[in-house]
Design a protein around this ligand. Structure first.
Ligand code: ATP
Ligand code: MN
Length: 467
């Protein structure tokens, strides 16, 4: 007899039709209650859904005394039984057990005995936290969201591209990089000048974990038209915030023949579609996560799905911030980057919907962003959303060879190392654009989870690489 998943048993459309049928379920015990009437209740959760199934085990079962009465919270069981209508108020059906087999016991040291552990504590037992309602829900929403993203791009004619994780190019200096090396740190080979001799390293050069797949994706966009990457990226920044990880997943679409306006329109449509898909597709999990947040998550998402995003130039954004009379920790000045407090003011208070800021000064933006006619600003865009601030960063790319080389030189990059990248501008260059979305920031935004460390199974951040 093959096992039935609890999600199928409990779904409104099938619960009634299962009544009277024999089924087998497998899962982990959330609670055991023994009744004086000579039977026990087990709440069994198999991870297929938020809800657990109630199992009734009668004392007539052969192993009732020897095993069932000793089942601890966290134990894994297989139950064969008959689906019956529940007499309780909380559930429509329950399982009347004919056979309960303990696959793996759990004793009183199981850390998830009581409900209501703090998220900080659960982070320290990340290997077990998926067995809680919150982390089960986050894991299912994360998965549904990943599929929604792939679906969106597939339906819109994009090719899914895998860019390298190990790279020799420092994409834009997006962030500090983690070095990849097989050199013995105890015996580093030295050049005659005394610096580390990376020519003796595995790749005969210094390499790192990638901070972005963009440069490689650009070369494929200039061949296939529309591509996207969806993979791990790494930043060795020492940012101890609730929105930064050292290892996170980034979604990076890159499109030939797109200008900045088309790029912004795609980002808006993409965000709305993916949010709508998880709201419709994961009602129980999204509802549960919303219920534990301290603001109305559903209303916020619904509002965002329905509102046109505000488009605003960086110059106008600075003017609005300066006129606001608000005291910010970081002063606002044209030529300075916007800080999260500024971004949040614009989206939460000034416009009360997502804002796409475009045209940042070239001084603090990456070399590959297309220079505007004013010679001062570039065709960059950031999508800002409430609570998070920047969720997407993107730009129209500089497709003109001479301008690109000039900006690389200004940025102090060694153009010889980027010959492959520059070749795309020398041969059949085309206007193109793209953006990067931090997948975890999107999950954070959709679920209302406060800390980015709680929306990835095993978070990596300063001082933390356990598990
Ligand atoms: P921020 O200013 O918020 O640190 P950034 O400008 O460095 O971000 P980009 O280089 O533009 O970010 O990266 C594109 C997207 O990747 C960002 O909009 C954000 O959603 C996400 N992202 C960037 N850094 C991180 C990080 N350390 N952890 C998680 N997501 C990140
Ligand atoms: Mn950015």
């Amino acid at each position: 007899m093959s096992a039935t998943r609890i999600v199928n048993l409990l779904s409104a459309s099938s619960a009634a039709s299962f009544v009277g049928q024999q089924v087998l379920i497998q899962g982990w015990v959330r609670t055991r209650r023994d009744s004086k009437g000579g039977f026990s209740f087990l709440e069994v959760n198999d991870g297929s859904a938020l809800a657990s199934l109630q199992v009734i085990a009668d004392q007539k079962l052969a192993n009732y005394e020897s095993e069932i009465l000793k089942i601890g919270v966290g134990a894994c069981v297989t139950v064969r039984g008959t689906v019956v209508e529940s007499k309780g108020q909380k559930q429509a059906i329950e399982l009347s057990a004919e056979e309960v087999t303990v696959l793996g016991s759990a004793d009183a040291t199981y850390p998830l005995q009581k409900k209501g552990h703090s998220l900080e504590f659960l982070r320290s037992i990340a290997h077990l936290r998926a067995r809680t309602n919150t982390f089960g829900a986050v894991a299912r929403v994360r998965s549904a969201m990943a599929f929604a993203i792939h679906d969106y791009f597939r339906k819109n004619g994009f090719v899914y591209l895998h860019t390298p994780i190990i790279t020799a190019s420092d994409c834009e200096g997006a962030g500090a990089m983690f070095r990849v090396s097989t050199l013995d740190p105890e015996k580093l080979p030295r050049t005659p000048q005394g610096s580390v001799d990376f020519s003796q390293d595995f790749f005969s050069r210094a390499t790192s974990l990638t901070v972005s797949g963009q440069l490689e994706a650009e070369t494929y966009a200039l061949a296939l038209g529309k591509v996207y990457t969806f993979g791990p990226t790494f930043r060795a920044e020492n940012s101890n915030t609730s929105r930064h990880l050292a290892e996170f997943w980034m979604v990076e679409p890159e499109m030939a023949f797109f200008d900045l306006d088309m790029n912004a329109a795609l980002a808006e449509d993409f965000l709305k579609t993916v949010l709508r898909t998880v709201l419709v597709g994961c009602p129980e999990d999204m509802g549960f996560l919303a219920s534990r947040a301290d603001y109305p998550v559903h209303e916020t998402l619904q509002h965002i799905i329905e509102s046109p995003f505000e488009r605003l130039s960086y110059t106008d954004a600075v003017a609005i911030l300066q006129k606001s009379g608000k005291k910010f920790d970081y002063p606002v000045a044209w030529g300075q980057p916007l800080q999260t407090e500024h971004e949040r003011f614009l989206t939460e208070q000034e416009f009360k919907r997502p804002v796409i800021v475009t045209g940042y000064p070239k001084e603090f933006t990456a070399f590959y962003m297309r220079l505007n006619e004013d010679g001062k600003t570039v065709r960059a865009m950031d999508v800002l959303v409430p609570r998070i601030g920047e969720i997407i960063g993107g730009s129209q790319r500089e497709e003109r060879y001479d301008r690109l080389v000039a900006r690389m030189q200004e940025a102090g990059l060694n153009t010889a190392e980027y010959e492959w990248y520059l070749a795309t501008r020398r041969y059949g260059s085309a206007p193109h654009a793209g953006f990067g979305l931090g997948f975890e920031r999107l999950i954070q935004f959709a679920t209302g989870m406060e800390n980015i460390r709680d929306v990835i199974p095993f978070p990596r951040y300063p001082q933390h690489a356990e598990f």
